[in-house]
Design a binder for this molecule. Structure first.
Ligand code: SF4
Length: 166
């Protein structure tokens, strides 16, 4: 199975109550390959909620205890990001997922870039906390920004093969 950020599938789970609907993913949603995940929802965060950013570091840094995450009101969200990441990993293991397609730039799901912690719209290289934990456990990660019809077809074919072999 392929883990997919729930907001990319049109679920209204993002901090502002909206979604990041990805048309390509939605075309194939009914074919049984996708497991929607929302690490921030897994951590029981409300919708809507203030935006949060990892403070001058990455998801890897947060998991290692080197940096924390704050929301825009100054509330410490470090443990929520950690909990959401752990629950996302548990679901990946339950479904034997080897791949995840995640929302770029999120402090949980960001694959290649995240916001820098200043709430000023600036990004730095690095992953969100859930993405970092999934990668650490061997999943291949892709963001919606690098997804093409050919790449998605390849990932779904690989998923079909791996299901046959289980
Ligand atoms: Fe989307 Fe991930 Fe944020 Fe949930 S935690 S709203 S799935 S980007």
């Amino acid at each position: 199975m392929i883990l997919v950020s729930a907001c990319l599938l049109g679920q209204n789970v993002k901090y502002n109550g909206g979604n990041n609907s990805c048309e390509l993913l939605q075309v194939y949603e009914g074919q049984g390959h996708f497991v929607p995940i929302c690490p921030e929802g897994f951590a029981a965060l409300p919708i809507p909620r203030p935006p949060m950013e990892i403070q001058q570091g990455t998801g890897e840094d947060l998991l290692a205890g080197r940096v924390r995450a704050l929301d825009r009101t100054g509330r410490d969200m470090t443990e929520s990001l950690r909990l959401g990441a752990q629950k996302a990993l548990a679901l990946a293991q339950k479904y034997h997922a080897k791949t995840a397609i995640l929302k770029e730039s999120s402090p949980s799901c960001g694959v290649h870039r995240i916001y820098d912690g200043n709430f000023a719209g600036r990004k730095i290289p690095g992953s969100g906390a859930a993405a970092a934990l999934l990668r650490e456990h061997g999943l291949m990660l892709y963001s919606e920004k690098e997804l093409t019809p050919a790449l998605l077809a390849k990932l779904m074919a690989e998923d079909k093969d791996s299901m046959k072999n289980e």
